[in-house]
Design a protein around this ligand. Structure first.
Ligand code: SAH
Length: 223
C-alpha cells in the first residue's frame, strides 16, 4: 500500500504477530494500524532493515522512536472510543510515528515537540503518508495545549520526574493520560483517568524513556 519492499512487509507482519499479538496487545484496532502503517517510513533509510525489530531506534538530536511494543502498549492503554471520534494530545512528536498510529484511531491528533527540526521531519513523514489530521506545534509540551482541551486521551512519550500539573487538567471526563514518570534513567508508566473531580492513578509497567525537557520536566544539561 505504501510501496514497501516485500521483505519489509514481511518483517512488519512478523513484528505484529511476535512482538504485539503474542504479548497481550489485544485491541484489534491497534494490531491493524500497526500492521498497516510502515514504521520504516519514520526512520532514516539506513535503519530500514531494523525498523521492525523489537527495539527503539535513533531519530537524531539524541532522541529515539520507541520500540513498536511500547507504541502499541501506550496506544492500547488510552482506550480510545471505538467510533474514531476522539481528540488526542501527544507530547513528544519525535519522528511522528506514534502520532500517525493515533491518527488512524482518532478524529484529530495534536502533537507537541520541542525540537523544531524533529517537528519539521515529523511533518514531512506524515505528509508523505497522506496523514492530514495531525497538527504539530513546537513548544514545551509540559503545559499541554489548553486551546484544544479537553482531550479524550493524552500520551506523553518523554519522561518527567512527576506528572506535569497542567496535563490532568486537560483530560475530558473518563479520559486517560499515559505518561512515564520517575528518575532520569528508569521510570514507571502511569495511567491517570479523570473521574469527575478525581484523578485515579494506575501503575502500568517499568519503562525507560528519553527525558521531557522543560518547565515541568528536566533541565537540558541534567543528562
Ligand atoms: N513519539 C515519538 C518518540 C518521541 S522521543 C515517536 O513516535 O517517534 C521523545 C520526544 O519528546 C523527543 O523528540 C523530544 O525532543 C521530545 N520532548 C522532550 N521534551 C519535550 C517537551 N517539554 N515538550 C515537547 N517535546 C519534548
Amino acid at each position: 500500500m505504501f510501496g514497501k519492499k516485500p521483505s519489509l512487509a514481511e518483517a512488519q507482519a512478523r513484528m505484529v504477530e511476535k512482538q504485539l499479538a503474542a504479548r497481550y496487545i489485544t485491541d484489534p484496532r491497534v494490531l491493524q494500524v500497526m500492521a498497516e502503517l510502515p514504521r520504516h517510513a519514520f526512520v532514516a533509510e539506513e535503519l530500514w532493515g531494523q525498523a521492525y525489530k523489537d527495539t527503539p531506534l535513533p531519530i537524531g538530536y539524541g532522541q529515539t522512536i520507541s520500540q513498536p511494543y511500547m507504541v502499541a502498549f501506550m496506544t492500547q492503554a488510552l482506550q480510545l472510543s471505538a467510533d474514531g471520534q476522539a481528540t488526542v494530545l501527544e507530547i513528544g512528536t519525535g519522528s511522528g510515528y506514534q502520532a500517525a498510529i493515533l491518527s488512524r484511531m482518532a478524529a484529530k491528533v495534536y502533537s507537541i515537540e520541542r525540537i523544531p527540526e524533529l517537528a519539521e521531519q515529523a511533518r514531512q513523514n506524515l505528509d508523505a503518508l497522506g496523514i492530514d489530521n495531525v497538527e504539530i506545534k513546537v513548544a514545551d509540551g509540559g503545559y499541554g495545549w489548553p486551546e484544544h482541551a479537553p482531550y479524550d486521551g493524552i500520551v506523553v512519550t518523554a519522561a518527567a520526574p512527576e506528572v506535569p500539573a497542567p496535563l490532568p487538567a486537560q483530560l475530558a471526563e473518563g479520559a486517560m493520560l499515559v505518561i512515564p514518570t520517575g528518575p532520569r534513567r528508569q521510570q514507571e508508566l502511569l495511567r491517570l483517568q479523570r473521574r469527575g473531580d478525581r484523578i485515579i492513578e494506575e501503575r502500568l509497567a517499568p519503562v525507560a524513556f528519553v527525558p521531557l525537557i522543560g518547565e515541568h520536566g528536566w533541565e537540558e544539561d541534567e543528562y
